[in-house]
Design a protein around this ligand. Structure first.
Ligand SMILES: Nc1ncnc2c1ncn2[C@@H]1O[C@H](COP(=O)(O)OP(=O)(O)OP(=O)(O)O)[C@@H](O)[C@H]1O
Ligand SMILES: [Mg+2]
Length: 229
């Protein structure tokens, strides 16, 4: 298993090699791709690997309830033993009681999310941490885009001032060019995923402290999760 001190390994062996051991510490990474390509599974695999490494793991979920994520992870055999702290940004939308102690009641006021995230960082404590935002697209669609981008800048700064890695998913093709350009400018890494002739591919478009070739690598989703072919 590849494990470098200042890197966050993804648990996807061949991908970690492309990343020179994993994502560089204290950075934020965008995961951009079409629906159904495997972004959420990638995030879950990444957090499971963090649980295995005894790192702190935080999951901001915008599209499904925490239970749904845990069920999906269990299908791959990724047992998290309650080690993932969920910030539930979804249950309020369906009027459901959240199973997480960290839950928002709406997205019209991003201050609430800021405060809850600050609480989570405080409660989780210092040390290496993995933070997943799935999906950033929903956050952008449900709140004022300009305010959201400003919120994100502070959010990324707060999280990466500690030894953290933030992984955020984006739906390909639904945001305007300016939004994508700002997001790209605010983050240190960009991974793209796409289908081509029914096959799945990913590539590293940019990554701080990493030599990247931008070549597409084919991957499969197997019962063990994402694997590069
Ligand atoms: N055990 C499995 N074996 C093979 N493929 C699977 C398995 N579980 C899920 N998949 C595939 O993974 C796809 C879903 O991946 P995922 O939810 O990560 O996509 P996504 O990029 O997050 O999509 P969205 O943008 O809709 O959220 C499914 O469409 C299915 O094809
Ligand atoms: Mg998804």
């Amino acid at each position: 298993m590849v494990h470098e001190a200042n890197r966050f390994s993804t648990g996807i062996l061949k991908f970690d090699k492309l990343l020179e051991g994993g994502f560089p510490e204290s950075s934020s990474v965008l995961l951009n791709g079409t629906p159904g390509i495997g972004k959420s599974i990638f995030c879950q695999q990444f957090l499971y690997h963090g649980v295995k490494n005894n790192e702190k793991c935080i999951f901001l979920t915008f599209d499904v309830r925490p239970e749904t994520i845990l069920n999906s992870m269990a299908r791959f055999g990724w047992e998290t033993k309650d080690k993932i702290v969920f910030v539930d940004c979804f249950s309020y939308r369906i009027g459901a009681q959240s199973s997480s102690r960290y839950a928002i009641t709406g997205l019209s006021d991003l201050n609430q999310l800021s405060m809850i995230f600050e609480d989570v960082l405080g409660d989780v404590g210092k040390g290496r941490k993995r933070i997943v935002v799935d999906s950033l697209s929903t956050l952008l669609l449900y709140s004022d885009p300009e305010l959201t981008l400003k919120f994100l800048k502070d959010f990324i700064a707060a999280a990466t001032s500690q030894k953290a890695l933030i992984l955020m998913t984006i739906e390909e093709g639904i945001h305007d060019e300016k939004t994508m350009a700002i997001l790209n400018y605010m983050t240190e890494g960009l991974i793209e995923m796409k289908f081509d002739m029914d096959k799945r591919f990913l590539r590293i478009m940019k990554m701080r402290d990493t030599a990247t070739s931008r070549t597409w690598s084919e991957f499969d989703i197997t019962k063990k999760g994402i694997e590069l072919v």
